[in-house]
Write a protein that binds this ligand. Structure first.
Ligand code: BGC
Length: 730
């Protein structure tokens, strides 16, 4: 160990004081000022070569275009950035993603625990579930030797066909932002840097590398950017990943308004901005706010290596930026604890981690229909048919860079192939958690028979001979590809028609990455949305079917009744050559994403945002609303049914001084025993009552009378009240 290294470590330790903590507590190891001072000590000692070394990295895969050789300390994963060991700065080993440590197309065989999809976690409306999920995957990443987990996707679901919605957290900026922030906290408490992504307005996959998202400043601030803002201020992510697409004509990774102005100036974000893989188009991106070039072999050239070194040599603006880039990276590594608690390959308790995934799915399953209390299944059901969805094998998962495979590998992989940039990722994987086995294990003495659903007539025949039919249907989605429409693929709608026609006691279990249409809904006895259920999905689904778990999930995304209800019924760019750029006009709905659009257009959707049934019933009463600088609502909530259950009581804005306007202001997730009543208080984040004033560059609340309501969903407002707000800036 050389002397300089020791001196640096000593100085750093003195500056950091005695504030270091072990894993599991807050990731904040030192106060911001000592973090910055400690980072400065290191940055000052970097040689010119080391300065650029930290700001560009490769894709850590042994193949692909221009694949550089992998250094010995690199780990197979998404990325690798060489470190400066003499100053205690480790190489950055980066892995995807938000649902667990990724599998990278079969290159890793060590297995990881798969959380259910982001939409399942969002359906819990539970920041503790998001935190625990983050902590679990963060710890697995750390124990596999990774110091950066590319987790934290928070792009809003503007289109229910988006192939990556399953990685994200739905259509509302408050819900998505708070859950993302909690997940980031969980990850970073393990001393692994999280990466809130993809900044910004990366809301469809069609043309993802070239499409231009057009959106006004106020609309963006009140929707997509607000989700990022809330995630960043609650989660304090060490890094942000800028997106592939253009925003208002400029690539997101060289977008001065987004990176320098909004993120770094207005939000005072102190961490680093890394590019998405292959998203850098110029050296000047450094001046526009990009701090690190990731997966650089995918770019047309490595901009942040020699070209940046040369620019820093001759141009003070680049020199200053390079020092700032290094500072931002190192300060995040210090703050998250990567320098003091380096990742170490250690054994993983997969059994314990599977329970975390199962709990998330328990709470994330949404009961959409339950005619005549068909669920939970009673002991009187002595002949149970289980049909379709490969339920004998496992549960489906979403594809792309976030794909996780459990220890031992997937239960089944179906290679689809096809065209497009991500064609090599087109393999459907099933997690080895069989719903059929889980149902059999809970069915007592009942006979359980399985039909694969290949032939609707055979499936209907089995359903007819059974007391109940549990019918699994799947819709696979993956990064890089949007769905062309909202239908179930592979003729599964006909299967549901046939089975529900044969037996009205049919429970349809959806394993989908997005909302789907349900032309057969009237015929179905019950419907569960299980999303992509994760490592222990089969057990979680069976627990809800048999009433071991009383469902409490609420939709974080609207299920429209038809494509014609969408702001853009035709998917922008669909069918265009992959290289042809196009605009997507998000000013159509502006900030009114999802339920706000349907409310504004007075459209009756299939299932509204916030909707979800329970095996018990809840009733709010005695609403009192207080105004002033923000709205505070308090009310009683009673479990009027006969089982313990969890309600998610939602507070919506309904009217403003300038007219009707719907918006989620907050919620309370609360467990109640039968007959129990509790008083609930919800205070709104004042930004949700404000508008972004573009001219004054600030939030502004118009003074006057506001209407609010307590709802069981965005379309089921049960109690209403008013509050007078004082004009001003939140
Ligand atoms: C994805 C990112 C991912 C990166 C590294 C990109 O294609 O958009 O979400 O983190 O690859 O695998």
């Amino acid at each position: 160990m050389n002397t300089l290294y020791l001196v640096t470590r000593l100085a750093a330790t003195l500056l950091a004081g005695a504030t270091m903590i072990g894993s599991g507590a807050s990731a904040q190891t030192t106060t911001p000022s000592t973090v910055d001072a400690r980072a400065d000590v290191i940055v000052r000692q970097l040689t010119p070569e080391e300065r650029v070394r930290l700001v560009h990295g490769i894709m850590a895969l042994p193949f692909g275009p221009k694949a550089p050789p992998l250094p010995p300390e690199a780990i197979l994963g998404a990325g690798y950035i060489a470190g400066v060991p003499r100053l205690g700065v480790p190489a950055l080993t980066e892995t995807d993603a938000g649902l667990g440590v990724a599998y990278i197309m079969g290159l890793r065989h060590d297995g990881a625990t798969a959380l259910p999809s982001g939409l399942a976690t969002a359906s819990t409306w539970d920041t503790d579930i998001a935190y625990q999920g983050g902590a679990m995957i963060g710890q697995e990443a750390w124990r596999k030797g990774f110091d950066v987990l590319l987790a934290g996707g928070v792009d809003l679901a503007r289109d229910p066909r988006n192939g990556r919605n399953f990685e994200y957290l739905g259509e509302d900026p408050l819900l998505a932002g708070l859950l993302d922030g909690a997940a980031v906290q969980g990850i970073q408490a393990q001393h692994v840097v999280a990466t809130v992504k993809h900044y910004a307005v990366n809301d469809q996959e069609t043309g993802r590398q070239i499409m231009n998202a057009v959106i006004g400043d106020a609309a963006a601030r009140e929707s997509d950017l607000l989700a990022f803002q809330i995630a960043i201020e609650t989660g304090h992510p060490g890094s942000i990943m800028c997106a592939y697409n253009r925003v208002n004509g400029v690539y997101a990774c060289e977008n001065d308004p987004l990176l320098n102005k909004v993120l770094k100036q207005d939000w005072k974000y102190p961490g680093w901005v890394m590019s998405d893989w292959g998203a850098v188009h110029s050296l000047s991106a450094a001046l526009k706010g990009l701090d690190q070039e990731s997966g650089s072999q995918l770019d047309s050239q490595v901009f942040f290596d020699k070209p940046l070194a040369a620019a820093a040599e001759r141009d003070p603006a680049y020199r200053a930026r390079l020092a700032d880039m290094d500072h931002r990276i190192i300060r995040s590594l210090i703050e998250v604890g990567v320098l003091d608690h380096p990742a170490a390959k250690t054994p993983i308790d997969f059994a314990a981690d599977a329970k975390v995934a199962e709990r998330a799915e328990d709470e994330g399953i949404v009961l959409l229909k339950n005619r005549g209390d068909l669920l939970p299944l009673l002991a009187s059901a002595t002949r149970i048919a289980v049909i379709g969805g490969h339920a004998d094998v496992g549960v489906i998962s979403g594809g792309g860079s976030s794909q996780v495979a459990p220890p031992g590998g997937p239960a089944m992989t179906v290679h689809i192939g096809g065209e497009g940039q991500m064609a090599m990722m087109r393999s459907i994987m099933y997690m080895p958690s069989s719903p059929l086995q889980a149902i059999k294990a809970r069915a007592g003495g009942a006979e359980v028979h399985f039909d694969d659903g290949m032939y609707p007539s055979a499936a209907a025949d089995l359903a007819r001979r059974s007391d109940v039919a549990i019918l699994f249907v799947t819709k696979w989605q993956l990064e890089g590809y949007d769905a062309p429409d909202l239908s179930l693929p592979d003729g599964q709608d006909q299967l549901v028609e046939a089975v529900t026609g044969a037996n009205p006691h049919t429970i349809v279990v959806l394993e989908t990455g997005n909302p789907v249409l349900m032309p057969w809904l009237d015929q179905a006895g019950a419907v569960l949305e299980a999303w992509y259920p994760g490592s222990r999905g089969g057990d979680a689904i069976a627990d809800v079917l048999f009433g071991v778990v009383n469902p409490s999930g609420r939709l974080p995304i609207t299920f429209p009744a038809s494509l014609s209800q969408l702001p853009r019924p035709n998917l922008p760019g669909w069918g265009l050559p992959e290289t042809q750029a196009f605009d997507v006009d998000y000013n159509t709905e502006g900030a009114n994403v999802g339920y706000r659009w349907y409310a504004e257009k007075v459209l009756k959707t299939l299932f509204p945002f916030g909707f979800g049934l329970s095996f018990t019933h809840f009733s709010p009463s005695d609403l009192k609303v207080r105004g002033g600088a923000t709205v505070t609502a308090s009310f009683n909530l009673t479990n009027t049914g006969s089982r313990p259950g969890v309600d998610v009581a939602q507070l919506y804005l309904t009217d403003t001084p300038s007219g009707a306007h719907e918006r989620l202001l907050g919620w309370s997730r609360i467990k109640l025993d039968p007959g129990e009543t509790r008083r609930v208080t919800i205070t709104a984040d004042p930004r949700l009552l404000a508008n972004w004033d573009v001219a004054a560059h600030t939030w502004r609340i118009a003074g006057g009378r506001y209407g609010v309501a307590i709802g069981a969903s965005a379309a089921d407002l049960q109690l209403s009240g008013t509050a007078d707000l004082t004009p001003g800036l939140p």
